[in-house]
Design a protein around this ligand. Structure first.
Ligand code: F6P
Length: 549
């Protein structure tokens, strides 16, 4: 297959660039009163995705869809649900979609249908939740569990932490959840300080069960608990594990009976649907966890069945290809207008940037085009009072994705109306801005002199013409959240397919881990030599200031 930038459809898109850039968003809307209907898509009765405020036309969309067809995307999508070898640099499949399939479905991996074992593990999770919620599984003094502490990092943290927070209004099981990920005792220390060891349950979540941050935190948590309860025999009531590595789990001292499994065909950043989602099920109940899976599965089916022109994740990915590879926009802002989605941008950063931050294609050659964008964001309206200035008037153009919900679980209708109004206003301001003439007439109406108007006007002009997407749902339910996350997973996958990169490995994080291992040793022994001069100098300074090394 020819590379993206040598595809005839891509060359056609490049030809269209000038013409498209020459038409402002304001002009597009003026020319076509039905633009919203033309460029917005529904997902069932719960979600509407508005792509009308992007710098594209029906012609661009058609060429992008042709590009996807020419690059055999349909074949790629089919493979995502079957026995693929997508993660060829690690010798693994990418089969996370099997985690949310109904019991009777089939997903083959090396000749075996994996769906029955997925459901067998789900049944174990359900049973465990029942025991914890019913107080049958209790702490060493006999009191029921009140606090669940997930110890994990990356995909073993971000997904469950984001979802547990997002579904906060559904937390009716009497369980508080905490997430400890960082190699910084400040995080573990502050979580432990608020816990009663007799009612705390630690979930050690690590696909490999070798990640240094997780194992360091897990060992410290175990010592803390031992000090409180005074005996190794009590540990089993307070520690469970989620991993693929049974040997390492038992070596740590957790019985295999208290280990929840997933499989090497589940990448870390795609793992929240597996037993890695245990803290979610403990926090909001197993039924809601099932609804989350159902929402994701519905999005899977949409990806598989909808024609490209109406396929939400496909169009999101194609638009990002258009923005990145043709228009040269290298960053994407994600702004959920829901306070409980405050961890969503961080989750998306791992999902997209760890997947698509690659510089070598599937044939081992350097790519000759841009790949994954810088993904960042913050909840609205907080972001508006922080960095939206740059979005509106800065010299960088950042396509924005606004995510909003018509209904709120909280009884503050005024807040909700104002929240939604703000989200819509930001998308409007980005697209249509404010022209100089309007600024001048407003200033004049305020009574400013002609001289003052001329002086102030340039600062108040809003250039507009900045692209954005609005994703609107009826409410932040487990089902909608599942669909939303799966939508972004598939956007990431489709981007990776078209860029012809492996979206499922992450070799780029390895070197730092190796270097850190040597530096940990040096800090342990007070060594300040043998590195580059900057590292040696900083080691010496740390040694001077530190009392503990
Ligand atoms: O679940 P594990 O094996 O502890 O890995 C945690 C995270 O570390 C990474 O491998 C990156 O270092 C992620 O891909 C992964 O989600």
């Amino acid at each position: 297959m020819r590379a993206l930038i040598r595809q005839p459809a891509f060359l056609a898109l490049q030809q269209l660039k000038q013409q498209e850039q020459g038409t402002s968003l304001a002009q597009r809307f003026a020319d076509d009163p039905a633009r919203f209907e033309q460029f917005s898509l529904g997902f069932g009765d719960h979600m509407r995705v508005d792509l009308s405020r992007q710098h594209w036309s029906a012609e661009v969309r058609a060429q992008l869809c042709r590009l996807a067809s020419d690059m055999s995307l349909r074949q790629g999508i089919d493979a995502l649900f079957g026995d693929n070898a997508f993660n060829h640099t690690e010798g693994r499949a990418a089969l996370h979609t099997a985690l949310r399939m109904p019991p009777k479905a089939k997903a083959m991996h090396r000749g075996e249908n994996v769906v029955p074992k997925v459901h067998a593990e789900l049944a174990r999770i359900q049973d465990f939740c029942r025991r914890v919620h019913g107080g049958i599984w209790h702490g060493y003094t006999g009191r029921p569990i009140s606090d669940v502490v997930n110890i994990g990092i990356g995909g073993s943290d971000l997904g469950p932490a984001m979802v547990a927070e997002a579904l906060a209004p559904c937390r009716d099981k009497g369980i508080r959840t905490h997430f400890v990920s960082n190699m910084d005792g400040a995080q573990l220390g502050s979580v432990l300080a608020g816990l009663d060891p007799a009612t705390a349950l630690f979930v050690i979540s690590s696909k490999t069960f070798t990640t240094d941050e997780t194992m360091t935190n897990a060992r410290a948590a175990r010592s803390w608990l031992m000090t409180a309860c005074g005996g190794e025999e009590h540990i089993a009531r307070h520690f469970v594990a989620v991993s693929v590595n049974a040997e390492a789990v038992t070596a740590f001292g957790i019985d295999e009976a208290n280990m929840f499994r997933f499989w090497d065909w589940v990448g870390g950043r795609f793992s929240l649907w597996s037993a890695i989602g245990l803290p979610i099920a403990l926090a909001v109940g197993f039924e809601r966890f099932q609804q989350l899976l159902a929402g994701a599965h519905a999005m899977d089916e949409h990806l598989r069945q909808a024609p490209f022109e109406q396929n939400i994740p496909v169009l999101l990915a194609l638009l990002s290809i258009w923005n990145i590879n043709v228009l040269g926009l290298q960053s994407e802002g994600v702004f959920p207008y829901h306070h409980h989605l405050k961890r969503f941008p961080a989750f998306l950063q791992q999902l997209n940037m760890e997947s698509n931050g690659k510089g070598v294609n599937n044939a081992g050659q350097p790519v000759d085009h841009a790949t994954g964008p810088v993904v960042w964001g913050e909840v609205g309206t907080n972001g508006q009072h922080a960095f939206f200035q740059l979005l509106h008037q800065g010299s960088v153009m950042v396509p924005a994705e606004f995510i909003g919900f018509a209904r709120s679980a909280y009884p503050y209708p005024e807040h909700q109306r104002k929240l939604l109004a703000n989200m819509l206003a930001q998308a409007q301001a980005m697209a249509f801005g404010k022209a100089r003439e309007q600024v001048e007439s407003e200033l004049a109406a305020e009574g400013l002199s002609a001289e003052a108007v001329a002086e102030l006007a340039p600062y108040k002009v809003m250039p507009g013409n900045r692209p954005s997407t609005v994703i609107l749902c009826d409410e932040l339910t487990p089902y909608n959240l599942g669909a939303l996350i799966a939508m972004y997973e598939h956007k990431t996958f489709v981007q990776g397919w078209l860029w012809n990169i492996n979206s499922f490995d992450q070799w780029g994080v390895e070197l730092g881990k190796k270097l850190a291992a040597r530096l940990i040793d040096d800090l342990d022994h007070g060594v300040t030599l043998g590195h580059d001069s900057a590292t040696n100098g900083l080691l010496a300074q740390i040694k001077l200031w530190s009392v503990s090394f």
